[in-house]
Design a protein around this ligand. Structure first.
Ligand code: PMP
Length: 315
């Protein structure tokens, strides 16, 4: 499918991607004053259904990011969920998808600020397979770039401009021969990847940085904590994590809407555990995959159907 022919949502209308334009001086482009989400949809071939994952969690977070940027979203969480279903249905997707809703400051003038600038909203959805190669573990390196601190720019908002931080760390990691970066906080605690939260297993307990560690409070992070507790009976501890714990952990994996659950093979050239995929990561990867494709009835509330839902709404 050609990108230009996709149906997108822009300024309240469904239009072709090629017909949705922004001006060169747009504030969101010049100053990074925008916020966005990354939502996944998973194709279930047997049911011929596209399951959209945790829509309301994403739109609640988008509303929080918008609030931080003094923006008003034009639609409620409920309405945004409906637009997401509509976009996917209009594009007749029959594959996994990635949906990118975003709001941005739309004035075309000079002068960085948040107030007295009009807002605009758009949503694009594209077919999307894997962010990382699922077959192998990732080699990660601790980045010399520290994660933004909440005193500098809001870390728990998903804010366009702050992704310079992620881009610096990611490119530095890739160009140094790693697959992904792990950033530390200003205090030197383990924070997260360029677009993923981090989990460690030590002695059968699952650890992840708590929300005071300048992390993005990930939707996948929350889902994995739930699956770990409910399905595997694991103790899940949210606390500050030190760099050396990465080296001695039995298992490490990262989570994100784009990345899914991805196990880490080595950190700073040292194998994690015995360098193979550990049992807890293996179990969680499998549980997550089944939950997101509609095979775990207990987690049906995480999913919104694209096609069946639309038929039901129309009848
Ligand atoms: N941290 C950052 C910086 C991210 O960009 C993402 C991706 N949204 C995550 C963590 C993971 O969040 P989620 O599970 O909500 O996608």
């Amino acid at each position: 499918m050609h990108l230009g022919d996709l149906t997108v949502y822009h300024d309240g209308r469904f239009v072709r991607y090629d017909d949705a334009k922004v001006g060169l001086l747009t504030h969101g482009l010049q100053y990074g004053t925008g916020c966005f989400e990354g939502v996944r949809g998973f194709w279930n071939a047997r049911e011929e259904e596209l399951y959209l994952l945790q829509l309301s969690d994403h739109y609640d977070r988008l509303a929080q990011s918008a609030r931080i940027l003094m923006m008003n979203l034009p639609l409620s969480t409920r309405e945004l969920c409906d637009v997401t279903v509509e976009i996917c249905a209009r594009n007749k997707f029959r594959s996994d998808v990635y949906v990118r809703p975003f709001s941005y400051k739309a004035n075309e003038d000079i002068g960085v600020r948040l107030h007295d600038v009009k807002d605009a909203f758009a949503m694009v959805a594209i077919p999307f397979e894997r962010y990382f190669d699922a077959q192998r573990g990732l080699k990660v390196g601790v980045s010399s770039w520290r994660r933004i601190d909440d005193t500098m720019a809001p870390a728990r908002g998903k804010i366009t401009g702050t992704y310079v931080n992620s881009a610096l760390a990611k490119s530095d990691a890739i160009l140094s021969g790693f697959d992904e970066a792990i950033m530390l906080s200003q205090e030197g605690h383990v924070c997260e990847g360029s677009a993923e939260n981090v989990f460690l297993v030590r002695g059968g307990v699952l650890y992840t940085p708590d929300p005071s560690q300048n992390i993005l409070e990930g939707v996948t992070r929350r889902a994995i904590m739930t699956l770990a507790k409910e399905e595997l009976g694991l103790q899940v501890v949210e606390r500050a994590i030190d760099r050396s714990e990465l080296v001695i952990a039995d298992e490490i994996f990262i989570t994100g809407s784009a990345a899914g659950v991805q196990w880490i093979e080595s950190v700073d050239h040292r194998p994690v555990g015995d360098g193979t995929r550990g049992p807890i990561a293996t179990a969680l990867i499998d549980l997550y995959d089944r939950a997101v494709r509609g095979s775990l009835p207990k987690y049906e509330s995480w999913l919104t159907r694209t096609y069946a839902g639309r038929v039901a709404a129309a009848s």
